[in-house]
Design a protein around this ligand. Structure first.
Ligand code: UD1
Ligand code: MG
Length: 455
């Protein structure tokens, strides 16, 4: 049977102590709820339905444009009630896998295991054994170890309270049983809620089989209810990402000190020093080395390039054998061709820097088209902005720009031109010539040092 996934996300999350709904708080750079959505995609459901309630509008906005079906649960009368609201939206006959929006570390492999094991049962629950069971629904088994019920914390008797196996909140219900089971839920319990968990007892009562998949890593089903848990989950997520990188052969100087808020695609023999933050999609070629304390966002870096410590790079395309930093800022739209060298305190933005060119110290290169084998002296500024409009600077192949030069755009420096140090260039500089704009150096012979006056 095709699969529908229902993600419960209507709760308020008061313990976050935030004006924003819990599920849009960020974990590893994306909304909490997005993690459950992404894990869902991997089991290829026919549809994903998200139940929203508190902050519905904000939750919808945080996940827009992703082919999700939103169902609103205006009053939160319980997890069973939440799934009941989806009956109209679920394709008839589909099996339904219910996930909780605030359990972000659930892995696609685990969901796939549930789908597999759920085949022989009316209901399949994902259970786990936490360090402390308090607060969770308990999995009650009979003497043959068959699952017969889930009892919520507030409804447990002393024996049940002693059970260590708990409900993760994730559950698979067979399509042909869904309607019948949901229609029989009531709210006759300690919390006066329609519990989804009651479908287990109801299924067993009607002679159906209930399976439990035991999740071997309790960390996978940790729920996020407050900032402390969010931090714990962030740390676990980080560890998982670091683990995945190392198993693909990346050398991490300290796996506890890397933040991956997105995805890294890394080649062979990549080395990453401590305290680097990666955001969005980052591609690292073979033999790329990243120094300590770098922030790299939505960027690709080709083979053999070295990023020195304390460098910031975003939305950039970096060629092979490039060296950047330390202390460089490569901003959006920067395209650095092979063998480029960018040194300390250099900022680039919306600029192409041609093969083998060097900008070694203290410069701003913005809105610039730079050819190959150019040498930019220390303290060079492309003046791209007149306070209202932006203009482009063109620096052709083989140009040498002397230190402390301002290139006032729009302006072009032609092939192999040399610009004398300290120049302010406002007109095009011709090829192969020395262009210089500073005043001639003079020495005033009649000058003498001022002397302090008596007062
Ligand atoms: C639920 C389970 C419990 C399990 C625990 C795991 C039930 C009755 N209990 O308890 O067995 O051990 O999760 O963390 O299912 N929600 C809605 N609408 C509602 C109520 C809840 O969308 O009307 C959503 C919440 O936003 C949340 C999820 O459902 O994402 C779980 O709700 P919550 O109130 O946290 O249930 P628990 O008491 O933790
Ligand atoms: Mg909960």
């Amino acid at each position: 049977m095709p699969l529908s996934i229902v993600i419960l996300a209507a709760g308020q999350g008061t313990r976050m102590k935030s004006s924003r709904p819990k599920l849009i708080h960020r974990l590893a750079g994306k909304p909490l709820l997005q993690h459950a959505v992404d894990a869902s995609r991997a089991v290829e459901p026919e549809q994903i339905i998200v139940v929203v309630g508190h902050g519905a509008e904000q939750v919808r906005n945080a996940l827009q444009g992703q082919d999700l079906h939103f169902v609103e649960q205006r009053e939160q009368l319980g997890t069973g009630h939440a799934v009941q609201q989806c009956l109209g939206a679920i394709s008839a006959g589909n099996d339904v896998l219910v996930l909780v929006g605030d359990v972000p570390l659930i892995r696609a492999e685990t969901l796939a295991r549930m789908v597999e094991q759920g085949k022989e049962a009316a209901v399949c629950v994902l259970s786990f054994v936490p360090e402390s069971a308090f607060g969770y629904g308990r999995i009650v088994r009979d003497e043959h170890r068959n699952v017969i019920a889930i009892v919520e914390q507030k409804d447990t008797d002393d024996d049940q309270a002693g059970i260590g196996e708990c409900n993760s909140g994730i559950m698979l219900i067979k399509g042909d049983r869904l309607q019948g089971l949901l229609s029989r839920l009531d709210n006759d319990n300690a919390q006066g809620e329609y519990y989804l968990t009651d479908v287990v007892g109801l299924a067993v009562d009607s002679g159906d089989r209930v399976n439990a998949v035991v999740c071997d890593q309790a960390s996978e089903v940790i729920g996020v209810n407050d900032q402390q848990q969010l931090a714990v989950v962030e740390k676990l997520y980080r560890a998982r990402q670091a683990e995945a990188l190392m198993s693909r052969g990346v050398k991490l100087f300290d796996p506890a000190r890397i933040d991956i808020r997105g995805e890294i695609d890394a080649g062979q023999d990549v080395e990453i020093d401590v305290n680097c933050v990666f955001e969005g999609m980052v591609t690292l070629g073979n033999n790329v080395r990243i120094g300590a304390n770098c922030v790299i966002r939505n960027t690709s870096i080709a083979d053999h390039s070295v990023i020195q410590p304390m460098t910031w790079i975003e939305e950039a395309v970096i060629g092979r054998g490039v060296s950047i930093g330390p202390f460089a800022r490569i901003r959006a739209g920067s395209r650095l061709d092979d063998s480029v060298k960018i040194g300390n305190f250099v900022e680039t933005k919306q600029s192409r820097i041609g093969k083998g060119s060097k900008v070694n110290h203290l410069s701003y290169i913005g809105d610039t088209e730079m050819g190959a084998d150019v040498n930019i002296g220390a303290g060079t500024i492309t003046c791209n902005y007149d306070g209202v409009n932006k203009f482009r600077t063109v620096i052709e192949d083989g140009v040498f720009i002397g230190s402390d030069t301002q290139l006032v755009a729009p302006v072009r420096v032609e092939r192999n031109a040399t610009i004398g140090a300290g120049s302010t260039i406002t007109k095009n500089a011709p090829a192969d010539k020395l262009t210089i704009s500073r005043a001639k150096q003079v020495t005033i012979e009649a000058w003498s040092k001022p002397v302090k006056k008596d007062t």
